[in-house]
Design a protein around this ligand. Structure first.
Ligand SMILES: [Zn+2]
Length: 69
């Protein structure tokens, strides 16, 4: 089973939980305050198409000096 990360809106705790994929998006119980409102943290770290370096689609290097835009 994969490990998912959850955050509790009541006490602010973040924790990891081993869950089945089909249960990943269900609310979890916080181990600190027992609140059942903890929600999964969805990581955008590997978001495709995110242009962090500036520039345009014509110049993957991060600036437009090479492509003329
Ligand atoms: Zn909590």
């Amino acid at each position: 089973m994969p490990i998912y990360e959850y955050t509790c809106p009541d006490c602010g705790k973040t924790f990891e939980l081993l869950r089945a994929i089909r249960e990943a998006d269900e609310r979890a119980v916080c181990p600190d305050c027992q609140s059942a409102a903890a929600k999964r943290i969805v990581s955008n770290f590997f978001s495709p198409g995110l242009n962090v370096g500036g520039g345009c689609s014509g110049c993957a290097g991060g600036n437009c000096q090479s492509c003329g835009h």
